[in-house]
Design a protein around this ligand. Structure first.
Ligand code: NAP
Length: 312
């Protein structure tokens, strides 16, 4: 008999038998409540809440190996109180998510989705000097709200496009500044000066709703707002109103407050590119995320330290 563990069923095709060695796996389907029992590890996706009542029903749990870099679906305080380790999968999805942020930046700046819709509709009447004019990136300012792994990776991709970089973070990033010329500024300057503002901060009490009616009012009316971080960083109704009233250039979003629901006004707003939370959706990233989650489980069940604990 192996160690009894719970793993999100969606991960099954991404895992090799060797990664599951010595484990007695119960696969939990999406939407299925977390089953009670003597399980020693759980590998959930972001969509599964793991909090106080789950910890009560899993009295032998040693580790929550979250298959995501974020861990806002886990009550880490309750976990710590119960002596349960929490791990995430940093780094594995940095490049994939940074690439997607750039897909959104370019799609917004050059009106790619509107162009596609026009062609598909059959209403395109031919080349016109003013058809779907976008913004040229060279010489403009890319603002990074948060410059950790993904924020920096987005910034490092900016040089060939000729963008200058401003960023906010609680701690300066000297190496990033040296390599890219990025300048750390206060939030108000970031909002005022950015032509493209890309969000890369975690969802924590200080960042929830950081993009709201007041902060949107500070942004340039032509600015592009991109969010591949977490939906609750943005007040969605305020964003929809700014877009409707032409007070913001465009918004490219991968994440939403209440996924998969999207505020109806935001869904209907003009100048948006709306993606279904696919920041890390490459086969390479998803395989690596699953591999890291299982490596954390194996390390802890072997009596060792986890590879990527959320808190050290
Ligand atoms: P990270 O390396 O931890 O970087 C987070 C950045 O936010 C750092 O610059 C950090 O700098 C800053 N920060 C932390 N707390 C802050 C606060 N209270 N106020 C202002 N800034 C704060 O995280 P990451 O791996 O780059 O991930 C960034 C975000 O992307 C996370 O929200 C994650 O959940 C999300 N994500 C989304 C997808 C997707 O599928 N769309 C995929 C991967 C990740 P300081 O600590 O110096 O302030």
């Amino acid at each position: 008999m192996g160690h009894p563990v719970l793993i999100a069923a969606e991960l099954q095709p991404l895992l090799e038998p060797i990664q599951l060695a010595s484990l007695d796996v119960v696969w939990i389907a999406a939407g299925q409540p977390t089953p009670p029992g003597d399980y020693v590890a759980i590998v959930p996706l972001l969509s599964r809440w793991v909090g106080g009542s789950e910890f009560k029903r899993l009295p032998r749990l040693k580790i929550v190996a979250n298959c995501a870099v974020g861990h806002d679906n886990v009550d880490v305080v309750a976990a710590e109180l119960r002596g349960v380790m929490v791990t995430n999968t940093p780094d594995a999805l940095t490049d994939a998510t940074a690439d997607l942020a750039w897909a959104l930046i370019l799609a917004c700046a050059r009106r790619v989705v509107e162009g596609t819709e026009l062609v598909r509709s059959g209403k395109w009447t031919g080349w016109h000097p003013e058809l779907l004019l976008g913004i040229e990136l060279r010489g403009r300012i890319l603002g990074l709200l948060g410059a950790g792994r993904i924020g920096q990776a987005v910034g490092r991709r900016a040089a060939p496009f000729g963008l200058r970089i401003l960023y906010t973070a609680r701690n300066a990033r000297p190496e990033f500044e040296r390599d890219t010329g990025a300048v750390r500024v206060e939030l108000s300057r970031l909002l005022r000066d950015s032509d493209v503002l890309s969000l890369h901060a975690p969802s924590v009490p200080e960042t929830k709703g950081i993009i709201n009616a007041q902060t949107l009012a500070l942004m340039k009316p032509t600015a592009v707002l991109v969010n591949t971080a977490r939906g609750d960083l943005i007040r969605e109704e305020a964003l929809a109103v700014a877009l409707e009233e032409g007070r913001l250039g465009a918004a490219g979003l991968d994440v939403y407050l209440d996924e998969p629901e999207i505020h109806p006004r935001l869904r209907a707003a003009p100048r948006t590119v709306l993606l279904p939370h696919i920041g890390s959706a490459t086969l390479e990233a998803r395989r690596q995320m699953a591999a890291i989650a299982l490596a954390n489980v194996q390390a802890v069940l072997a009596g060792g330290r986890p590879l990527t604990p959320v808190f050290r």
